[in-house]
Design a protein around this ligand. Structure first.
Ligand SMILES: [Zn+2]
Length: 246
């Protein structure tokens, strides 16, 4: 039995494409439904949240999540990943090492510093799933052929910027949808932590704009869906903030 996006508390962004704003840190999770596969974009901030996302995705599509794309190695986007056993996990090249060794410790510390319960953080970091597929450049993901035609999604390594491992997800259609990760934020000033690469961030937004074009809907890592003009303005503001010239 399937439910509608609205009944699940999700926002439909285009046909077969939705997003939800998770409680706590207002982090976005995205869902792209193909005829043969279901792609989730980011996994939430804990195993419990990942499990809730899994249940919602199942209720929405009647199927399991088969593919998981992680936009960058921050706790609120990746700590639920272990709830998706069997899914093929994708991340920007180098993400697997960012989630190992000292990276795991930093991820845990950052989660607790942001208010995640320490036990939930331990549990999630112990079970942490690292991407099996490293995206260098672009990767076309085929979500299967159905009555409405095929659905191919483009995973694009557009960073560095917000982190050293920023992955965007482009979903062709009318409108096109671009999941931006935290390269774009609408609900507040873009967060630049110690792992940000500010000098390259504006160029990453240029690549996002090239991918999506003028008419795409851009889904930020935090906040409401925006348009190309918003992304361009944020690009210019970041360039000014970090003293990056064109
Ligand atoms: Zn982030």
């Amino acid at each position: 039995m399937t439910v509608t996006w609205e009944e699940s508390g999700w926002e439909q962004v285009a046909a077969g494409v939705g997003r939800c704003r998770l409680p706590g840190w207002d982090c976005t999770a995205g869902l792209v439904v193909g005829a043969g596969a279901v792609l989730l974009v980011d996994a939430g901030s804990s195993l419990g949240e990942g499990a809730r996302l899994r249940a919602q995705a199942q209720a929405l599509t009647g199927r399991r999540v088969t593919h998981l794309a992680l936009t960058h190695p921050h706790f609120d986007h990746v700590l639920g990943a272990a709830a998706f056993a069997g899914a093929e996990v994708f991340g920007a090249v180098g993400m697997d090492t960012a989630l190992a060794g000292r990276g795991r410790e930093e991820l845990r510390a950052d989660a607790v510093r942001h208010g995640l319960d320490a036990r939930a953080a331990d549990e999630a970091v112990d079970a942490l799933v690292r991407p099996r597929h490293a995206v260098r450049g672009e990767w076309t993901l085929d979500l299967g052929l159905g009555r409405g035609g095929g659905r191919q999604v483009l995973l694009a390594n557009v960073g560095p910027g917000h982190t050293a491992h920023d992955l965007a997800v482009l979903v062709p259609g009318d409108p096109e949808v671009v999941f931006c990760g935290d390269l774009v934020e609408e609900s507040g000033e873009p967060q630049a932590g110690p792992d940000a690469v500010p000098s390259h961030w504006p160029a990453a937004l240029d690549r996002l704009l090239e991918l999506g074009g003028e008419d795409a809907r851009y889904v930020p890592g935090h906040g409401a869906v925006v348009d190309a003009a918003f992304v361009r303005a944020q690009r210019d503001a970041l360039a000014a903030r970090f003293g990056v010239s064109r």
